[in-house]
Design a protein around this ligand. Structure first.
Ligand SMILES: O=c1ccn([C@H]2C[C@H](O)[C@@H](COP(=O)(O)OP(=O)(O)OP(=O)(O)O)O2)c(=O)[nH]1
Length: 167
């Protein structure tokens, strides 16, 4: 194995599906396929198997990410996006598909590539309660930053014009 490449052992629970693989060298995600046909009415969600289980090395996690083509073409995404696969998980990787299209029912076929799996190193952390800090003003004083508590549009409007706002 080349240096810097992390080996992830994989179990094929459904030999009829392709092994998850990258479409092109350098791609971040390996495509995951659906194990069965599913029909999704507008707004409907469904949990579908991918036919694979993985053994992630300690200190790593995998993230189940949506596929942009499926989103743009069909309006189908993942409800819990990204889904987190813990290193200790030994079950089948499943995906929670959701049909965001307001009017069209979408059919997914067995074998369709419905998501992609991205493996990432994650730091082991411990959370330590800051003694004597119980409000945001005190936090700003003990750990000052340029952003502070600003968020949720604090840097200005997005420039997106919503219907009804046009002048
Ligand atoms: O899209 C996903 C998300 C999660 N999982 C599996 C792997 C993960 O390790 C486990 C638990 O996921 P998570 O921690 O997101 O679920 P939870 O709702 O917090 O359940 P739990 O109480 O079991 O941790 O479920 C999937 O197969 N697909």
């Amino acid at each position: 194995m080349s240096e810097g490449v992390v080996q992830v052992d994989l179990v094929r629970l459904d030999a009829g599906l392709p092994v998850p693989s990258r479409a092109r060298p350098g791609d971040a995600g390996a495509d995951l396929s659906a194990t069965r046909d599913v029909t999704l009415a507008p707004g409907e969600r469904v949990l579908v198997g991918t036919g694979v289980a993985v053994v992630l090395p300690a200190g790593y996690a995998a993230f189940v990410m949506p596929r942009s083509g499926l989103a743009v073409r069909e309006g189908v995404g993942l409800l819990n996006s990204p889904g987190t696969i813990d290193a200790g998980y030994r079950g089948e990787i499943q995906v929670c598909l959701v049909n965001h299209d307001p009017s069209r029912t979408v059919t997914i076929r067995r074998g369709d590539r419905v998501a992609q799996l991205v493996v990432q190193k994650v730091e082991e952390t411990v959370f330590r309660v800051l003694e004597g800090v119980e409000d945001l003003e005190t936090l700003a004083a003990v750990a000052p930053t340029a952003r502070g508590a600003g968020g949720f549009g604090s840097t200005g409007a997005s420039g997106v014009v919503t219907e009804g706002e046009q002048s």
